[in-house]
Structure formats: C-alpha cells, structure tokens
Design a protein around this ligand. Structure first.
Ligand code: NAI
Ligand code: MG
Length: 487
C-alpha cells in the first residue's frame, strides 16, 4: 500500500514512499497469557484474532482469558503482593522499573512498528510520542519508588495490594505504562487487560518484564474482550480498579465496584474545547488545532474536538486551517511521511460515519480536503464541520475520530460558557497572546487539563484526569501516586 496524497489539485508533487521496515519485529502466530512470570495457554482454550486495521490482514491469534484464567492471574498477583514484590523495599523496586524503561528505549523501534501495525497509527507518532512517553513513565516512577515517604502521604505509605487494570486501544503501550508504572512503583502487583484490537505491544512488554526479572506475578497480562475486563474488575481478589475507556463502560464498572471497598479511578471520554482568541498567533494556533484533533486519527480522549473561534478571526482561521489540512498525508501507517493513519476498527469507523451523517442531517457544513482513501482497511478523511450549534450531536458526543466541530464566540465569557457546556471535563486549550487571559480562562474552564498555546502535550510529572463524565482520579505526577497508596 502506498501513501495517498491529499494535496490540492495543481500542486500535485509526490513524496517518495519511505516505509519503516516491519522486519524489526517478529510477530508470533499465536500468543498466550502472561501469568506468574510465564506465558501460559488459556484454560478457556479460546483465541481471537487481532488485525492490522490499515489492511484488514490478520496479525496474530491471541488468547481469550476466561473466568478461570482471571482467577489464576489474580491469585498470582496476590501471591507476589504478599510474598515477593509487595515486600521489596522501594529502592529495589526502582531498579526493576529503570530496567523496564531502558529496555523500552533499547527496543523502541520494535515497539513502534508493532504498535503501528496493530493499531493503525502513523509510525512517526508511535516512534516519537507513544514509545518515548511509555519509557518516560517508567523512568519517572522509578524515581519515586524509594521516595514515597517524602511525597506527602505520611512517612511509610502502604500499597493497596492487587490492581486490576483495563485499558483501551488508542494508546496501547502508553496506557499500559500509565497503569503499570505507578502501581509497581508504589508496591502494588498488577493484572492488566489490554484492549482486544490492540494486544500485541502489551504482550511484547510482558516479554520485557519477564527478561527484566521481576518476581513472578508482580505483573500479569491477560488478553480478552470486555467479558475478560468485567471478570477482572468484578473479581473479589482485586483491591484497586483502574480503567481507561468509554464513559459507558466506566459507568458499568463504577456500578460493579460500588460497595465492594475496592478503590477506583476512571479515565473516560471527552469533548474538549480548543478556544482561539483574536489575538492568538494564528499560524501556531492552526498547528495546535491540527495536532489537537488529527493526532492519532482523533482517537484521543482529550482531543480538541470542539474548536471555538472568536468571531472576528473565525473566517481567517478556518481558511488557513483548510489550507493546512490539504497538506496532510493519509495512508500507510508505516510510511514515515504519513500524518493520518487508519481508523482502529470497523466498529469505530461505523461510529464515526454515523455521527458524521448526523452532523450533516442536523445542518452543519461538512468539509474535507481532496483525499483518496486506500481501497482496503478502515479509513476516514480529515473532516471539518462549520456552522455547528451547541445542540448538534457532533458538538455534544465524543466522535473519537478525525472530525472537528467548529463553533464561534464573541466574548471571553461566552467562550467559557460554551466550552463548559458539555457533560465531560477532561481537557481544554486556550490560544491568546495575553498571559492574564490564559489564567482567567484556566480558572473558569471545567477541565482537568488546560493547555495554553499548545495542545496534547504530555509529561509523566503532570497529573492527567477529568471531572464528571470524564471520570475521576489522576494519573501522573504526585497525584497519580495517591491512586495506588493506602493514604
Ligand atoms: P470500551 O470502553 O468498550 O473499551 C475499553 C476497554 O474496556 C477494552 O479493554 C475493553 O475490552 C474493556 N471493556 C469493555 N467492556 C467492559 C466491561 N463491561 N467491564 C470491563 N472492561 C470492559 O471502548 P470501545 O468499545 O473500544 O469504544 C467505544 C467508544 O468509547 C469509542 O468510540 C470512544 O468514543 C470511546 N472510547 C474512549 C476512550 C478514551 O480514552 N476516552 C478509549 C476507548 C474508547
Ligand atoms: Mg489490531
């Protein structure tokens, strides 16, 4: 498959293809479960297939963990909590976390290629964002492991025990790192369930963890679908549940966990406002808008999916945005020139198509640059809706795709009112020259993260998480440690 240019007619010069080699990674035909430090066949006897969404080719057959497998994984984590990992001093835990971080760096290309194959995201993103940030999370938390007594949670904060962790498909390796690193640094043991469309990098990480020599059972990785996830979060042997995924499933989990005494953190959906004032540096803002919604095909919980433009500059910004979008390249995720890769799955593509049809039916104006989609695989062109009103479905629901809804405002007060008019509260962006206005906005926006003159910037030292329908609890920073400590 070759990259397909979205250049405007008349400026049709082609890039030479520049594919990353997939030879760097060996994909097994079949994968088992990682329990007690080794790969074991599932008691369920069942497997499922994970695909490359850019081609619809099957990549591997992966174990579907059933109830007996969940039992075994939780029992293995409990044993490690009581007998090995849970008893190690922080300075010993730190050594293992540093080892994992270094191994991710050493095998970065392998992780990046595998992530792009299984997920569909462009190699430049898996290579420059997902994998380095995953390593950074292990490095950062390694630094905390022997300093927890100085983190403000008392002189000797204790771990919670066994963490049951369920993650989504949009940042498979990075979300595994966000879950495992803080849990391990604080002395908990883990049972992690990756998403069913993207299990492969978590299984490669399992191999790294085995090679790093962690005590068996400190980390268990069990693959499977939502039923495996439900079995894990509902298991009586789990002390703490951490979930990233849809608001719908988050609510089910909250109901399942209620009254059990388990600790819970939820990182759910979003519908973030990216607010551009008339004094913003426009070219920089356009880059931030593109990064905000077209990064990772818009499969980002904190995506800037609602663009709020101050009326006096709305036409000018929209004009430049459209010109910029015409230069984005959609196609082979393994091509280093690719900006927009494949949609992760058929169901996700169906969902995007359904919401876009609703946007048109409700009267918003749909626009995409000229863009030829590959014949096979799951693809959706970068799409902008203008003339969107706050009541439109595309202004209210998380699309989780490369689709931007544009609204306008006149005053800062109106910008705040519109930005906060959402059941979500995960993130927001503000673009303005004025420092005082940034602070004024940040105080009023109901969002866990507010970016100023940038967007989608992540750092393990910076806590991430939301309010209301976006969930609760924080990951990263000192606040993220609290979620795994009996403090
Ligand atoms: P999902 O929430 O169903 O899947 C996330 C993870 O939860 C997967 O590992 C899945 O196997 C697991 N899971 C599913 N049902 C479960 C249950 N009852 N108990 C425990 N674990 C369960 O998300 P899905 O279906 O992949 O995507 C649906 C929509 O959710 C997307 O279109 C998007 O709008 C949103 N979403 C948001 C994410 C975010 O980070 N904010 C991530 C993934 C999806
Ligand atoms: Mg896949």
């Amino acid at each position: 498959m070759t990259s397909v240019s979205t250049t405007t007619p008349g400026t049709d010069w082609e890039y030479a293809p520049s594919p990353e080699s997939r030879e760097i990674v060996t994909i097994q035909r079949e994968y088992n479960l990682f329990i007690g430090g080794e790969f074991v066949p599932p008691a369920s006897g069942e497997h499922f297939t994970t695909l490359n969404p850019a081609t619809e080719e099957p990549l591997a057959s992966v174990a579907q963990a059933g109830p007996a497998d969940v039992d075994r994984a939780v029992a293995s984590a409990r044993k490690a909590s009581e007998a090995s990992w849970g008893r190690l001093p922080g300075r010993e835990r730190a050594k293992y976390l540093y080892r994992i971080a270094r191994a991710i760096q050493e095998r970065a290309r392998e992780f990046a290629v595998l992530e792009s194959l299984d997920n569909g995201k462009p190699i430049k993103e898996s290579r420059d964002v997902d994998v380095p940030l995953a390593a950074a999370h292990f490095f950062y938390h390694a630094g905390w492991a022997d300093k927890l007594g100085y983190a403000g949670f008392g002189p000797d904060p204790r771990p919670l025990g066994v963490a049951g962790q369920v993650i989504p498909w949009n940042f498979p390796l990075l979300m595994a790192a966000w879950k495992l690193a803080p849990a391990l640094a604080t002395g908990n043991t883990c049972v992690l369930k990756p998403a069913e469309t993207t299990p492969l990098t978590a299984l490669l990480l399992a191999g790294v963890i085995a090679e790093a020599g962690l005590p068996p059972g400190a980390v268990n990785i069990i693959t499977g679908d939502g039923s495996t996830g439900a079995g894990l979060v509902g298991h009586p042997g789990v002390d703490k549940v951490a979930f990233t995924g849809s608001t719908e499933v988050g609510k089910e989990i909250q109901a399942a966990v209620a009254g059990t005494g388990k600790r819970l953190t939820l990182e759910l959906g979003g519908k973030a406002a990216n607010v551009v004032f008339d004094d913003a540096p426009i070219d920089q803002a356009v880059e931030g808008i593109v990064n905000g919604i077209f990064f990772n095909q818009g499969h980002v919980c904190c995506a800037g999916s609602r663009l709020l433009l101050q009326e006096s500059v709305a036409d000018a910004v929209l004009d430049r945005l459209k010109r910029r979008l015409a230069t984005l390249r959609l196609g082979d995720p393994l091509d280093k020139n690719t900006d927009i890769g494949a949609i992760n799955s058929r169901p996700q593509l169906d969902k995007i198509e359904g919401l876009v049809a609703a946007g048109e039916a409700e009267g918003a104006q749909r626009w995409s640059p000229p863009c030829q989609l590959p014949a096979r695989g799951y693809w959706f062109p970068p799409t902008v809706f203008s003339g969107v009103s706050q009541s439109h479905k595309i202004a209210r629901e998380e699309i989780f795709g490369p689709v931007l809804s544009v609204l306008t405002f006149r005053t800062p007060e109106e910008a705040v009112a519109k930005a906060n008019n959402t059941p979500y509260g995960l993130s927001a962006g503000v673009w303005t020259e004025k420092g005082s206005r940034i602070l004024w906005m940040a105080q009023r926006l109901r969002a866990g993260v507010v970016w100023a003159n940038t967007y989608n910037r992540f750092d393990p030292a910076s806590p991430f998480g939301g309010y209301t329908e976006s969930g609760f609890g924080r990951e990263g920073g000192r606040a993220g440690l609290a979620a795994y400590l009996d403090a």
